[in-house]
Design a protein around this ligand. Structure first.
Ligand code: TXA
Ligand code: MG
Length: 311
């Protein structure tokens, strides 16, 4: 341990203002935060995570006024921003001279912004008074953390954490690119596409998987536990079992994402249960089918990346 964890929002804000990293709770997953206007601070996010430099970061804002200093808001963007604070990240045209470190945006002419819906994250952003770049607080390519404990485990206690308890949503924000007259989902996430459509009264297109506009960080193998995964299946002897809904009888280690088949509960449990089963040292985790509706879209996206072949 080379640090002690901040006990208060003020302690965490002081670290961040001094150009240090500090992980903090959001409603989706824990973020590894840095002052987004400080290039050295942002670079240490990439170093700490082992993250490719071409993969831009989400910029977290305290409020809409702060967000408006960073990006150009069209009428459509303003309409979408009505869902803030919340687990929705908007990709918008960069506002010139916005003061953000170029490395945070990885040289793109768009910037990904959200206002998190978590009292501690909002208090921290207000106390720092600056936008915070914060990717999920895990080594690049690994499972996202939904508790402070998992953050400490992932970085061997090298990163201070502002503990806000377990994350309510459990998967990352939904990323939507705002085009002139259209919203395009780049990453399924904690707010279901259908719910965005209902709330805003418009349709949300889905980015073609191969399209260049897709989030550059959407690597095929991602969110990977140590164990391998078999999806849409039933467990065999010697495996671990990640069930959903009515689980079949199984003698081996088992977790159930949601015995009642609730997709919100399943999203909240997803990374935590993968972490738990992985921690048992099992080689293979068999995962039950999860329906693709609502939040199932985000859950299946993460499962497919976790199961993808790695090099
Ligand atoms: O819920 C979340 O979104 C969490 C919490 C901490 O807020 N953050 C998170 O960040 O998941 P990260 O860095 O793990 O994922 C950010 C994704 C990456 O896939 C990145 O490529 C994409 O956002 N992204 C960032 N800027 C972008 C841009 N200008 N255009 C398209 N995609 C962008
Ligand atoms: Mg991530």
């Amino acid at each position: 341990m080379t640090h002690s964890d901040p006990k208060t929002v003020e302690d965490a804000a002081a670290l961040l203002r001094a150009g240090q990293l500090c992980a903090f709770a959001t409603e989706t997953v824990y973020g590894l935060g840095a002052d987004a206007t400080n290039a050295d601070a942002v670079l240490s996010i990439y170093e700490t995570k082992g993250r490719p430099r071409f993969n831009p970061l989400i910029i977290h804002c305290a409020d809409l006024a702060m967000a408006e200093t960073l990006a150009e808001f069209s009428p459509l963007a303003r309409r979408a921003a009505a869902l803030w604070p919340g687990p929705l990240t908007l990709v918008l045209p960069v506002r010139l001279g916005n003061g953000l470190a170029d490395v945070a945006m990885a040289g793109l002419d768009t910037v990904a912004i959200r206002i998190p819906d978590h009292p501690l994250a909002l208090a921290l952003l207000a106390a720092v008074g600056k936008p915070l770049a914060a990717p999920s607080a895990n080594p690049s390519g690994r499972l996202s953390p939904t508790t402070a404990f998992q953050v400490r485990l992932g970085f061997d206690g090298r990163v201070p954490v502002l503990d806000g308890g377990p994350c309510r949503a459990g998967v990352e924000s939904t990323i939507v690119r705002v085009l002139e007259d259209q919203l395009v989902q780049l990453r399924a996430g904690a707010i279901a596409r259908h719910d965005i459509e209902q709330a805003l009264g418009l349709t949300v297109a889905v980015a073609d998987k191969d399209a260049a506009v897709a989030a550059p960080g959407m690597l095929v193998s991602h969110y990977a536990p140590n164990a391998s995964l078999r999806l849409d299946t039933t467990p065999k002897a010697g495996e671990a079992y990640l069930a959903f809904g009515k689980a079949q009888d199984f003698a081996g280690p088992t977790r159930n994402l949601s015995p009642s088949g609730d997709l919100h509960e399943a999203a909240r449990n997803l990374f935590a249960m993968l972490h738990e089963l992985d921690g048992l040292g099992t080689d293979m985790i068999a995962v039950a089918p999860v329906p693709d509706r609502g939040l199932g879209e985000a859950i299946n996206d993460r499962l497919q990346r976790a199961a993808a072949p790695r090099d």
